[in-house]
Write a protein that binds this ligand. Structure first.
Ligand SMILES: Nc1ncnc2c1ncn2[C@@H]1O[C@H](COP(=O)(O)OP(=O)(O)OP(=O)(O)O)[C@@H](O)[C@H]1O
Ligand SMILES: [Mg+2]
Length: 294
């Protein structure tokens, strides 16, 4: 009887904390269990462009490979990482990339077994679902941000489940390859499954990345996706573009790389920058967001 009352109390208090997430902040998972489709590139590019447009953006690197963090100009990543913020500090301590853009780096400890072990060791997370750890962590932070973008690793393990439980939206990057349809469907199925515990979650859009319009297969897959995922596929595919590879590998923000190329009057256009700007326009349109005050 006593344990029943305690469970009910936990359920009530947890129900209120779960519904408390700030509705103004868009919490977006960038996810696809397929590897190498452009999740990290999409996260860093969208984050940088949204911040340039005046929105307050927090990036979370959920991948134990730490690629998102490495793609941006940040140092001292050893001192601040998501795992330590959640389990040691109990608070968010991010690194400023610029005044509007903050990142909480990833950590080797985000590997599924280590993450699960840590949840088990923390009694405060045991009363409920281990998939709500990130959601609880983000509650106080979401008040301070317009966007939280989470770069997911290529799997459906516990950290990705945590991202899904915390998200208001999901962006699905994909490649123009017939196998990629399976990846898109897997994410859509996961979103559907998570509606039981997170009624807010919606797919926001599909980014067709690495697109080569001269290639028949790419064009065919794009047209197929237009039919299959009407209203979800963003109108602008992100073209294959070496400059996009360069900026992430050099750890330079996309907006700075675009400026640098323009100043050096490099004749080749930075199509990746143009394409992601267009995706940002469509995101803001779909979310019916007003322009930020810059
Ligand atoms: N449009 C593009 N044109 C050229 N190169 C690209 C493009 N998009 C991504 N890349 C490159 O492709 C590689 C994979 O991209 P990225 O790391 O963003 O994928 P990912 O989905 O995050 O991979 P993982 O599943 O391993 O986390 C990177 O080297 C990146 O620089
Ligand atoms: Mg990645």
């Amino acid at each position: 009887m006593r344990s029943d009352i305690i469970s009910i109390l936990f359920l009530i208090t947890h129900y209120f904390t779960l519904t408390d997430i700030n509705m103004h902040c868009k919490i977006i998972s960038i996810s696809n269990q397929k590897g190498g489709v452009g999740k990290t590139t999409t996260t860093s590019s969208l984050g940088s462009i949204l911040a340039q447009r005046g929105y307050k953006v927090l990036l979370l690197d959920l991948d134990d490979q730490n690629d998102l963090t490495l793609s941006l100009p940040v140092k001292n990543t050893e001192d601040y990482n998501l795992f330590d913020c959640i389990f040691k500090l109990g608070a968010a301590k991010g690194i400023h990339v610029n005044p509007n853009l903050v990142i909480i780096p990833g950590s080797k400890n985000l590997q599924p077994l280590r993450f699960l072990d840590m949840i088990r060791m923390h009694p405060e997370y045991q009363y409920d679902n281990p998939r709500f750890v990130l959601r609880s962590f983000l509650e106080p932070i979401s008040e301070k941000c317009d966007f939280i973008l989470m770069d997911c690793p290529p799997n459906e393990e516990l950290i990705v489940q945590n991202a899904m439980a915390a998200s208001s939206h999901v962006i699905i990057p994909t490649m123009a390859h017939s196998f990629s349809i399976n990846g898109i469907n897997a994410v859509l199925k996961m979103i559907q499954g998570f509606r039981k515990i997170n009624s807010e979650i919606e797919p926001l859009g599909i980014v067709m990345n690495n697109y080569d319009r001269r290639n028949n297969i790419d064009r065919g897959v794009y047209e197929l996706c237009q039919e299959e995922y009407q209203g979800l596929l963003f109108d602008t595919p992100v073209r294959i573009n070496t400059k996009l590879k360069e900026n992430t590998h050099l750890g330079v923000e996309i907006i700075h790389y675009a400026r640098e190329l323009a100043e050096r009057k490099i004749p080749q256009t930075f199509s990746g920058f143009e394409d992601f700007n267009s995706v940002v326009d469509q995101i803001l349109d779909r979310l019916q967001m007003k322009p930020a005050y810059v």
